[in-house]
Design a protein around this ligand. Structure first.
Ligand code: 4AZ
Length: 327
């Protein structure tokens, strides 16, 4: 797009017209750098259209000669990590509202909720290997998304086509606790169903940053059963150094794991939340930072929740998805 008359507020309109759900940023660059490639395919904002009515960018098609600044707009758009329909309001306790965690998936074995998962594309769900390792039967699993209440919501169930767990996952050793589920049919995104962004490979989420975990897991340690409603909790990230302290996990936390929660206890993920998301918000975009993996007890003193560190498995995730494209 020619940058003449460009305004930041056109960003979202432009991204939406390109099929993305969200706008991050824009910058301009000299057109001659990309001229060869793009030739006459330029569009410009028509300044004759009232600002609040810039609904269709293609109303104004200018050829390159009309772009007097000689600069074009580089748009950064995304299709993940946004809660489109969500507007915060007070909810009872930690109960989640619809559209608050639109990437949250319930993984159900023979119709019963066993684990959580996170939607990253219309067909791929990130979860924990320990959720699926002993139950490696795709046809016995279904998933539900876009719901808060597991019991009385008539949300559709979707079939699972494939389960891939990390080849280095060993049940007793806790490491590499990550798996992917591939759906038989792609999901359609809406306000209730949205994918979470994967982080960038070098992305660092600082200790103490407040992030969020969600799931239908037990709301009390030992209470066993899953919760009928989706709950969430805000938890700070804990450095591996602190988490490996002798009073905490005493050296069992590998670099590919990440701790989050409170050393004083009280707030944590629990049984049934496994595989589900630990997400952090970065410049209004939500990113999948962890997959709920394990803990000693739930919310106990000096035993924060342990999550699989997603940045350690980005290559693995991409390799699996790519391999599926080829087969
Ligand atoms: C579990 O059994 C589980 N406190 C998940 C998370 C935590 C503990 C147990 C973290 O699925």
């Amino acid at each position: 797009m020619c940058s003449d008359d460009w305004k930041g507020q056109y960003g979202l309109i432009a991204c939406e017209q390109l099929g993305f759900s969200s706008y991050i940023s824009s910058r301009s660059m000299r057109v001659d750098i990309v001229e060869e490639e793009l030739q006459e395919e330029f569009v410009s904002i028509n300044h004759l259209i009232p600002e609040n009515k810039v609904t269709s960018l293609h109303h104004a098609v200018y050829v390159r000669e009309k772009c007097s600044s000689g600069r074009v707009i580089i748009l950064k758009c995304v299709t993940c990590g946004v809660r489109i329909g969500y507007s915060p309001r007070i909810v009872g306790g930690n109960m989640s509202s619809l559209m608050q965690w639109p990437w949250q998936v319930s993984l159900q074995f023979q119709g019963y909720h066993l684990c959580g998962g996170s939607l990253i594309t219309p067909i791929w769900i990130v979860t924990a290997a320990h959720c699926v390792y002993d139950l490696y039967m795709p046809s016995s699993w279904t998933i539900q998304v876009g719901l808060v209440n597991l019991i009385d919501t008539p949300a559709p169930s979707y079939s699972v086509d494939k389960i891939i767990y990390h080849s280095k996952y060993k049940p007793k050793r806790l490491g590499n606790d990550i798996a992917l589920m591939k759906l038989a049919i792609p999901l359609t995104f809406d306000d209730m169903i949205q994918p979470i962004c994967l982080p960038n490979s070098e992305e660092d989420f600082p200790d103490g940053k407040m992030c969020w975990t969600s799931g239908w897991g037990a709301t009390e340690e030992g209470a066993g059963d899953a919760s009928p409603v989706l709950n969430h909790a805000s938890v700070p990230l804990i450095s591996n150094k602190v988490c490996n302290h002798k009073d905490v996990y005493g050296g069992i936390i590998a670099p590919s794991m990440l701790c989050a929660g409170y050393l004083k206890g009280g707030v944590d993920s629990c049984q049934g939340d496994s595989g589900g998301p630990l997400v952090c918000e970065e410049m209004r975009i939500w990113k999948l930072v962890g997959a709920t993996s394990f803990g000693i007890g739930c919310a106990d003193v000096n035993k924060p929740g342990v999550y699989t560190r997603i940045t350690s498995f980005l290559d693995w995730i991409h390799e699996q998805m790519e391999r599926e494209l080829k087969t």
